[in-house]
Design a binder for this molecule. Structure first.
Ligand SMILES: *Cc1c(COP(=O)(O)O)cnc(C)c1O
Length: 396
């Protein structure tokens, strides 16, 4: 969350005064309006508001037609939920390497495709966008679906079109740490109407309450309850109104910082696949080694610079996905695709299976963008970053 204020308080008060906290009823609802507004913002025909990003991804996979025993290609650098979403619907994540920009590597995706591959799940990490073009081409050639994980990239775009509008379906998160937030929240988008209806049924314990339930053209099956409530939907509508302004300011500060650093000796930026379109939440620098990154981070901490090491981001690195590495992908083996499907039983996960991913992560430092930085502050951060780069390596 970058900005929140009086408008959100007013929106919440409006919903509470109406005493209508649940989305179903006769009038237009906050959740219904948010869905229309989100679909329009992203540029897709169908959007579904849900309780969180993990649910959004499960719905997006269902809408894309992913089934139990299907393989879904997932990068080794993403929040663990990107791999848990396919597992939650019986599918099997196949882990692929990231590129030097820390995004899913199209070349490794091509190597990981098998006859069982049903979908590719590119994750737009840390506000950056994936090198989508070769992935979309490969998917088209092989008749594979693309499900975009946009949870860390709400509103970002690639080649002028918003992320989530490129794939067959996509998921967004609005939890507290994302660009837009209602504490928790999510949305999924779909181009296909039948797939969208299946996701709608899944997120709504069978879609029994909705006014237009009679219009469904696919048979109702049992689902879960991932419906968004009116309070969060009202907050998200305000947050959506702020979104482009937030992105504009983040991008401007990130660009200033990049310019302030460009050309300085020893500076190496990680490759970026669409600088104008990414959310500008942070800037990645490449350093020589893990030891250099650690020395940088120590020096940055002393200077109170907003620096983090992607390598140390816990459950965002596949080698820390213990429940998956240890093959406990569900509460019971009988419904655990790693035990109950042939594809799952054949799949191996080890902490060293993606060496290039670990190498790229080890050599990257991330500088978070301050949305309210003045030009003077940007110059100070740049100066601090250069001092950190000059730190001797290997001294504690
Ligand atoms: C946050 C996140 C999710 C899950 O979103 P929740 O709203 O926390 O369920 C999925 N994928 C990525 C890349 C995320 O960062």
């Amino acid at each position: 969350m970058y900005e929140i204020g009086e408008e959100e308080i007013e929106a919440l008060a409006r919903v509470i005064r109406s005493k209508k906290l649940f989305r179903y009823g006769k009038e237009q609802t906050e959740a219904g309006r948010f869905e229309q507004e989100w679909a329009a913002k992203i540029g897709v025909p169908h959007a579904l508001a849900v309780t969180n990003g993990t649910a959004a991804l499960a719905c997006a996979l269902i809408a894309a037609g992913v089934q139990p025993g299907d393989e879904v290609i997932v990068p080794g650098f993403t929040f663990m939920a990107s791999a848990m979403a396919p597992l939650s619907i019986g599918a099997v994540p196949v882990l692929a390497e990231i590129d030097a920009g820390l995004m899913l590597d199209p070349a490794d995706v091509a190597r990981k495709v098998t006859p069982r591959t049903k979908a590719i799940l590119p994750v737009h990490m840390l506000g950056h966008v994936v090198n989508l073009d070769p992935i979309l081409k490969l998917a088209q050639a092989k008749n594979i679906r693309v499900v975009e994980d946009c949870c860390q990239c709400d509103g970002g775009s690639y080649r002028g079109k918003r992320v989530g509008a490129w794939g067959d379906t996509g998921g967004y998160s609005f939890n507290f740490y994302k660009i837009m937030s209602a504490g928790e929240g999510g949305a999924m988008v779909s181009k296909d109407k039948t797939g969208f209806q299946r996701a709608r049924i899944y997120h709504d314990t069978g879609a029994a309450f909705r006014d237009d339930a009679a219009e469904l053209t696919v048979p109702v099956f049992c689902g879960l309850n991932y419906r968004l409530d009116e309070l969060r939907a009202a907050v998200l509508r305000v947050q959506l109104g702020r979104l482009d302004g937030i992105l504009e300011r983040l991008r401007a500060r990130r660009t200033q910082l990049r310019q302030a650093l460009a050309g300085a000796p020893g500076i190496e930026f990680a490759p970026v696949h669409d600088e104008a379109g990414d959310c500008g939440t942070c800037l990645f620098l490449r350093v020589e080694s893990r030891a250099h990154a650690q020395a940088f981070a120590r020096a940055a901490e002393e200077r109170k610079l907003p620096v983090s090491l992607p390598y140390d981001s816990g459950r965002h690195v596949y080698s820390n996905w213990d429940p998956i590495l240890e093959r406990r992908a569900a509460y019971h083996p009988a419904v655990d695709p790693l035990h109950s499907t042939e594809a799952g039983r054949a799949q191996r996960y080890t902490p060293d299976m993606l060496p290039r991913t670990l190498e790229h992560l080890a050599r990257t430092v991330s500088i978070g963008t301050g949305i309210g930085w003045s030009e003077k502050e940007v110059r100070e951060v740049a100066k601090g970053v250069l001092q950190c780069l000059a730190q001797p390596v290997g001294t504690a």
